[in-house]
Ligand binder design. Structure first.
Ligand code: COA
Length: 348
């Protein structure tokens, strides 16, 4: 089977920069707390009305497609990863297909939060390997700012996340030493609710605890009372310390799994591009694997955690900065809500 390779890569971040000090205008937080706990200095927030998860994905996709030397008409499959879609349904894949005037190709939406991009890459990789498709567009995009609460009650969540998009075009590799060597996907739903957003969802009532929506109603329940919404029923929930503890175990585990599967070791990694969850998590993983500073790429300082977009944005920035050369061994790894975690090993 032919391996797949990244033939083109691009990213897009909105122009609105919000520093930690800017956030302290809305909530009780400060630059020192945020930098010390997360490494984040600033993040980008999309225009509230003009930009969406899809439009940002389109901007990143245009660059990836151009760099692959093809046109949007050549794309024969779309895989779109996001947790902040434009609509509850349909997904962003079809909206991107419409926006980019692509042919009536298949469009698949991936709901795997922070590991969404690597899951999407893995799915696309299988389609290239079997020869089913030739040019697959893989997108990770998030507009978190629209669903976050900028009040003190949500400060542990809203200081972490930012908006942006990244995209790659996957094609069959001509050189057999090149391309995606393997991908590794995992999940453990036993703690699904410690990093979650329950509404809108068909099981949301259970998690609204003492205040389920319309408890006396025979059917329905999606529509909440104004009081419930104002009380924060539709906000993301995160038990930060619990996420941290699990992430520092699963990141190294899934990286080692990828290396072992390819008879390689930590010393063979030229660049590790971890999902940008928290700079402290990346530094801990780096230390555990014994990697030098120039072998790990981080940009969370500028963009915060952009969930499904974080790996392709970081990969693209690293590539643009000349940190990835032909023949390099690049490792991608992610961990997030679900829990789900994943890795990919690529010979560039
Ligand atoms: C979220 C995270 C930064 C919080 O750091 P922490 O050291 O665990 O902090 P805690 O949640 O224990 O809170 C410590 C204190 O800081 C306060 N605090 C929380 N957010 C704050 C903020 N933005 N500014 C100031 N103070 C804040 C808390 O209220 C708490 O105060 P208290 O001690 O008076 O009760 C950290 O747990 C983390 O990064 N976890 C991983 C999250 C993650 O990666 N999520 C994405 C998954 S891919």
């Amino acid at each position: 089977m032919q391996r797949s390779k990244i033939a083109g890569i691009g990213y897009y971040v909105p122009k609105n920069v919000y520093t930690n000090n800017d956030l302290s205008r809305f909530m009780d937080t400060n630059d020192e707390w945020i930098q010390e706990r997360t490494g984040i200095k600033e993040r980008r927030f999309a225009d509230r009305l003009e930009e969406t998860t899809t439009t940002m994905g389109v901007e990143a996709a245009k660059i990836a497609i151009e760099r692959a030397g093809i046109t949007a008409q050549d794309i024969d499959f779309i895989v779109f990863a996001t947790l902040s879609p434009d609509y509850y349904f349909p997904g962003c894949g079809v909206l991107l297909q419409r926006e980019m005037k692509m042919k009536e190709v298949g469009a698949l939406d991936i709901r795997n939060q922070c590991s969404g991009f690597i899951y999407a890459l893995s799915v696309a990789d299988q389609f290239i390997k079997t020869g089913m498709y030739k040019n697959i567009l893989v997108v990770g995009s998030e507009k978190h700012s629209f669903a976050m609460d900028f009040e003190t009650r949500s400060r542990n969540v809203s200081v972490i996340f930012g908006d942006g998009a990244g995209a790659v075009v996957l094609q069959a590799a001509q050189n057999e030493d090149q391309g995606i060597l393997s991908t590794h996907l995992h999940s453990d739903g036993s703690e699904a609710e410690i990093l979650a957003m329950f509404y809108p969802g068909s099981h949301a009532n259970k998690w609204l605890k003492d205040k389920p929506a319309y408890p006396d109603q025979e059917l329905g329940g999606l529509f909440m009372t104004t009081e419930q919404l104002e009380g924060g029923a539709a906000l993301p929930y995160m038990d930060g310390p619990a996420v941290f503890k699990k992430a520092v175990v699963k990141f190294p585990e899934v990286i080692k799994e990828a290396l072992t599967a390819n008879n390689l070791t930590e010393k063979d990694i030229d660049l590790l591009v971890p999902h940008q969850a928290n700079l402290r998590i990346s530094q801990y993983v780096q230390q555990l694997l014994g990697l030098e500073d120039d072998k790990v790429f981080n940009n969370i300082q500028k963009y915060g955690n952009t969930t499904a977009a974080s790996v392709p944005i970081a990969l693209c920035e690293a590539w643009e900065a000349g940190k990835i050369k032909e023949g390099d061994l690049v490792c991608l790894a992610a961990f997030g809500s679900g829990f789900t975690w994943a890795s990919a090993l690529i010979r560039w």
